[in-house]
Design a protein around this ligand. Sequence first.
Ligand SMILES: Nc1nc2c(c(=O)[nH]1)N[C@H]1C(S)=C(S)[C@@H](COP(=O)(O)O)O[C@H]1N2
Ligand SMILES: [Mo]
Length: 261
Amino acid sequence: MGRLRKLLIPGVDKKLLVRDAVKVMPDPTRRRFLTTGASLGALTLLTGCDVLDSSSAEEMLKKVSKFNDAVQAWMFNPNALAPTFPESMITKPFPFNGYYDVDDAPDIDGKEWKLEVRGLVDNKKSWTLDELYQLPQVKQVTRHICVEGWSAIGSWTGTPLRDFLKLVGADTRAKYVWFQCADKDGYNSPLDMPSALHPQTQMSFKFADQILPRAYGYPMKIRVPTKLGFKNPKYVISMEVTNEYKGGYWEDQGYNSFSGS
Ligand SMILES: Nc1nc2c(c(=O)[nH]1)N[C@H]1C(S)=C(S)[C@@H](COP(=O)(O)O)O[C@H]1N2
Ligand SMILES: [Mo]
């Protein structure tokens, strides 16, 4: 009781909120939530509530206590679609996030940049940006959710990753697609193959109809709307199809690699 009272005052204690959410969750969901990381971001993903203020924290707890089979289906079904939104709901300005300030973000020359494709693929070629821009693209307005508990709606345009994997002859029975990025101290992230083949997972080249700005990952990011933000690598320089779990920047610091639907 003391804990709950502590939560309901303004200024939400995020750690306590996750603990309380776990407590009020119906049982099968609770076990699965715990095995997939039990993060504030996952709660945001599942309830649609941002919890940076106390009224939405209360709202979140209410929703969590009513979790049912539908929520579970969304959380554990690799084919479930992430919600899409009208363009009028796009968050402006869209936040930048990285483990450094925006001034230290990679400053990539698009003429020099190449995407290296390696591992279990028939065609181990490096792709120039011009070549990638020739591929068919689609636009999606989806919600980006950071593990820290904030979220924002944005519009990303690019090529479905599954189309690209098909084009390069990837062995889609492999376990992962592993991405490496250009950040100065490195950034990488493994994506499980079902999520890589998810129809909404995208190699994004544009944000809000403009060439992807430097802040958001120029020249290419991998947009995975069914996963938390840290599973959406920006400034990607290589992708490797592999059966080996190679770890990732945040995954190695204890964040659950599944982190999403
Ligand atoms: N290369 C790279 N990708 C990254 C990160 C990063 O630091 N470096 N941060 C991740 C995290 S935690 C988030 S929330 C999103 C932020 O994306 P945005 O700047 O487009 O909002 O990028 C993800 N991808
Ligand atoms: Mo994040």
